[in-house]
Design a protein around this ligand. Structure first.
Ligand SMILES: [Zn+2]
Length: 416
């Protein structure tokens, strides 16, 4: 069984400080239309940061080489009753952490293109036909690449429950009320504080329309066995031989980290069945193993990237910003910056069929199809084409499907 992550995070390591500075520096490059309007809006900021091995030629081999793969902001999710209209164009879940992970996937597909067109990539390498038995994925993530998630707020759901209790102004009622959901189904939002360790649905606020999206704590928790790739990306890109496609850790400001909640959400509530799982993947040498994330804390962030305190927001005048930002600064062949409103690019009607973000299901699938063709990966191309933009049950995803199933069972109330 994998070792328990550190029970108390170190007081802001050099790595955490460097990640914090790089994320802030990258955020500052965004145009102001992507950002919350001060002083009445705030948002959550997340980013996937790559830690690359320092080159032997580097004069200071101790120095971390960090690169921002993706950065995103956002706190909204599409209500469940509107899902049938999304059609792969409208993003279901615009929480920052989820967009950052999708952004990392979009970045990786760009790296495939770079590898084919320029002959080299710092992130990806070709897999020999011998290694993939002539059938599997043609590229994989290189060794020694670490993925870190930075997030300005505790992921919604279980990891943030202890913080919600601390910030709660509603008294004991929410502690004692019984959930009205069926056993085995996720709880809704942040209600029922006394129930810890449970899968929950967005949004946190009880006055918003319910969604079908699990909370970020749950989605990220599952990725400890599943890895960081989306299903469609994983059809064409291998995670690598030694878990380089998994998140290594999460960095968050000190005030957002409550050890008990984070440890429970990411480790204690996960069943041994998942922690001990070893799932082979015939065509992906890495397979699937539970790799617990570690936690690091960093300094606080400036407004509008801080959660408003109950005292500072007594009249509820500081609200979550309606816009989301997506930034993939090193995407090949060109950086991508988008401002999203209601899950589509700003200026487009939500269900007008246009304005799909580069992170929408349709766009990522289209890019993966293109990449499969560029890589001469006929089998991958065929599977993607047959499966369509929402397909999750393709032959190349057999191991992944098993891994996801184990995680869902392990979390007990994932639901249907
Ligand atoms: Zn969230």
């Amino acid at each position: 069984m994998p070792a328990l992550p550190l029970s108390t995070p170190p007081s802001s390591s050099r790595l955490a400080r460097n990640i914090h500075s790089l994320v802030l520096e990258t955020y500052q490059k965004l145009p102001s239309k992507c950002k919350p309007q001060l002083p009445h809006q705030w948002t959550v900021l997340s980013s996937i940061i790559l830690r690359l091995p320092s080159s032997s030629a580097s004069p200071d081999s101790e120095k971390d080489i960090l690169e921002c793969a993706s950065l995103a902001t956002g706190t909204r999710a599409l209500p469940a009753n509107l899902l049938p209209q999304a059609q792969g164009v409208v993003l279901h879940d615009c929480h920052a952490e989820i967009l950052a992970v999708r952004g990392w996937n979009r970045f990786l597909l760009g790296e495939c293109r770079r590898l084919v067109e320029t002959g080299s990539s710092r992130i990806l390498e070709h897999v020999s036909d011998e290694a993939n038995r002539g059938l599997g994925r043609k590229v994989r993530i290189k060794e020694n690449i670490e993925l870190w998630l930075f997030t300005s707020a505790a992921p919604c759901g279980d990891a943030s429950m202890d913080l919600q209790v601390r910030l709660s102004t509603t008294g004991g009622e929410a502690w004692t009320s019984q959930p009205d959901t069926a056993p085995g189904e996720p709880l809704r939002g942040h209600a029922h504080y006394s129930h810890l360790g449970y899968v929950r649905l967005k949004p946190g606020r009880s006055d918003s329309l319910p969604s079908n999206s699990r909370c970020c704590s749950d989605k990220l928790c599952v990725r400890q066995l599943l890895g960081s790739l989306l299903a469609v990306t994983e059809v064409v890109i291998g995670k690598g031989t030694d878990g380089q496609g998994y998140l290594r850790g999460i960095v968050t400001p000190n005030s957002e980290y409550i050890d008990e909640g984070w440890q429970r959400a990411f480790y204690a509530r996960v069943d041994d069945m998942a922690k001990d799982a070893t799932i082979e993947d015939k065509e992906n040498d890495g397979g699937y193993n539970f790799r617990p994330v570690s936690f690091e804390v960093c300094d606080e962030l400036p407004a509008p990237l801080v959660r408003p305190s109950p005292e500072g927001n007594t009249g509820g005048q500081i609200k979550p910003a309606p816009v989301s930002a997506v930034f993939i600064p090193n995407c090949y062949p060109a950086a991508i910056t988008e401002t999203l409103v209601n899950g589509v690019k700003q200026g487009h009607k939500r269900f007008g069929g246009t304005g799909a973000s580069c992170l929408s299901k349709l766009s990522i699938w289209g890019e993966a199809l293109d990449i499969a063709r560029l890589l001469d990966d006929e089998e991958g191309h065929k599977q993607l084409q047959e499966g369509g933009y929402d397909s999750k049950s393709l032959p190349r995803l057999e191991g992944r499907i098993q891994a996801k199933d184990i995680m869902k069972k392990s979390l007990k109330n994932w639901g249907t």
